[in-house]
Ligand binder design. Sequence first.
Ligand SMILES: [Zn+2]
Length: 270
Amino acid sequence: MEHFTPQDFEIYDMHAHIFPDKISEKATLSIGKFYDIGMAYSIGDPEHLLKAEAQIGTKRMLVCSVATSPKQVVSINNFIKEQCDLHPEMIGFAALNADYEDIEGEVERIISMGLHGVKLHADFQKEPIDSRKSYKIYEAIEGRLPVLHHMGDYRHDYSHPRMLVKVMQDFPKLKVLASHLGGFAAWDEAESVLQASENIRFDTSSSVCLMSPERAVRMIRKFGVDRCMFGTDFPMWDPLKEAETLLSLGFNFEDYRKMFSLNAKEYLNL
Ligand SMILES: [Zn+2]
């Protein structure tokens, strides 16, 4: 089996979190607590992200932050935009919250700021991905902005893979990036209900590193190498370790090129 290193590829990280300096340490800690997982980095600010990504020469990275309350939406989006202006390698995804009073207005603002999509985290936001309130968001972004969905949890039922199937039926033009191979800790269900389709993509963050190599290969092949993209979930995991884990799965050079960059560029028109 041929062995590749991260340096053999142009790398796009399609799932990274950043927090403003002031709260980055607290926010990182609270995610670690939420998942009861030790975080690879204790501070998830832009500076640490760039340093971590430099280890594998990441060319571009999707950055996002979650609005756990509607009050945070505007300030997070201003922060993401500011960071993207400072660091052109960042691909900004905006925050939204189903309780935000002017979703349509904020979607217009997000598009005018040049951000590339929207990030939702049903478990942090305690809002099921197939709720009526979530549907208001999809109505505002369908055909305009892709949504990066956190998928799956073993304790809550806000982001179960089967709910995504319904959303995709009801919003046939909605582009969805289903994180964590479609279902963090709910991979049995993700594997059985999610299908590759024109508008869905998957990222490999917080999933490939938590399952057996056999399962990771099987799920990536089932969803399609053309539809899976490398992601790290920084600051939860270390980009170098994540890239090495993906590279240990034995895909061929062309498949890795797709997962490390080509699929991302095609999906987001970069
Ligand atoms: Zn995330």
